[in-house]
Design a protein around this ligand. Structure first.
Ligand code: KG4
Ligand code: ZN
Length: 385
């Protein structure tokens, strides 16, 4: 079959991405412009600022992706863009740009669900390594700043289907990492710094209980996907437990000092953080991470057993976490379940995963109509191509 070159564009949150991928299996370029520096002073993503930064970055990012790939606009076969879920204003920047470019070039445009992209990030890299033997059904844990979702993915020929068998009832896991880091004066985004600090603390020092969801999800009661027992997550409780610990252990003054000192350092490194954290803080951070990891691993493996998954994918920003990877690797091995993660650059938001997810749609000639628009809450369910 002839090679297919797809230019992918991603702008759902705080990263502007463009990438060229060949036939869903080889990354020719993958350019990501991160807005972390813009949002850092606010301790989280500010939607209006995100849209403004995407507007600034989109043209140079796409041009660089094309140049890095050695492609011309004429040589790409199709464009792919994230339709949702994400921040509406941010999505619209990538989507409008992709629509205009596709219209001007008279090339097909493919709409991709961001979560589908995270799942295809794993498949893309496995194919790139020469592994074409992933067994289905795949249970995918998509765990990021906006999502903690479990999907059961099936591939039959050109047709893909995704069944959501669990999600967070409140905060996403990445959101919990970010909020806890903010609360402890560690800056934004919280996941990477908590990851690096955790190995310096005692993870058994503080006992945290994560919520076990026993009552049925009212919204989904009676729907057919309840045929498989749902596995839901909840992380707002652990964030409140950290807050309570901080209050009852008189840590507020030290946190304020740390926050002020870090604000004055342009790019703090691990030594800067360590110099500003006492043992009590490091123990708290390590214990929080341990509780998060144990909950994510235990619930996902229980779900994998219940739905007889043949393979496990762990993907999304939080999949970059070192302890999470190690735990999944050792515990999946005990269960005899192969587990795959994307590399770190492909765990967080990027456009290569969007171009890869678009490839099966290209094969099925599933192109977006010109009047399609961004959908902030676009669900990924039972997509049949
Ligand atoms: O996938 P992503 O780039 O964007 C979303 O779609 O949300 O994920 C970003 C999230 C943030 O919450 C960030 O703190 C978290 O992923 N994250 C991590 C790590 N690296 C990024 N969480 C835990 N450990 C990490 N190493
Ligand atoms: Zn994402």
């Amino acid at each position: 079959m002839a090679d297919t070159f797809i230019l992918g564009i991603e702008s759902s949150c705080d990263e502007t991405g463009a990438a060229v991928v060949r036939s869903g299996e080889q990354i020719l370029s993958n350019v990501v412009f991160s807005q972390i520096a813009t949002h850092m002073p606010y301790g989280g993503v500010v939607p209006e600022l995100a849209s403004r930064e995407h507007l600034r970055a989109i043209v140079p990012v796409v041009r660089k992706a094309m140049a890095d790939a050695g492609q011309t606009y004429q040589s790409v076969d199709a464009l792919a863009v994230t339709q949702g879920p994400g921040l509406a204003g941010a999505l619209l920047v990538g989507l409008s740009y992709a629509k205009a470019l596709a219209f001007a070039l008279d090339k097909p445009l493919i709409a991709v669900n961001h979560l589908e992209g995270h799942i295809h990030a794993v498949l893309l890299e496995e194919r790139q390594k020469g592994n074409h033997e992933v067994n289905f059904p795949v249970l995918a844990l998509v765990v990021s700043g906006g999502h903690t979702h479990l999907y059961l993915a099936e591939q039959k020929g050109k047709s893909w289907s995704y069944g959501n068998i669990g999600h967070t009832r409140d905060d996403a896991a990445g959101e919990a990492f970010d909020k806890v880091a903010k609360l402890l004066g560690l800056g934004y985004p919280g996941g990477p710094i908590i990851d690096r600090l955790s190995s310096h603390g005692d993870a058994k020092a503080v006992k945290f209980a994560t919520s076990q969801i026993k009552h049925p999800d009212r919204k989904n009661r009676g729907k057919s996907d309840n045929l498989i027992a749902r596995t839901d997550f909840s992380y707002s409780g652990i964030k409140t437990a950290v807050l309570r610990y901080v209050e009852t252990h008189g840590m507020a003054a030290a946190i304020a000092r740390r926050r002020n000192t870090l604000a004055g350092i342009e790019k703090p490194n691990l030594e800067d953080y360590l110099a500003l954290c006492d043992m009590e803080t490091l123990n708290l951070v390590a214990s929080f991470q341990r509780a998060m990891v144990e909950d994510l691993v235990a619930k996902t493996l229980t779900a994998a057993e219940a739905c007889e998954a043949a393979t496990l994918f762990v993907t999304g920003g939080v999949a970059a976490n070192q302890e999470l990877r190690q735990r999944f690797e050792s515990e999946s091995a005990q269960q005899g379940l192969p587990v795959f993660f994307p590399s770190r650059p492909l765990s967080t938001d990027n456009a290569a995963m969007i171009a890869a997810a678009a490839y099966p749609k290209w094969l099925a000639r599933d192109f977006a109509p010109m009047d399609f628009s961004a959908e902030a809450s676009l669900p990924l369910q039972r997509i049949q191509v």
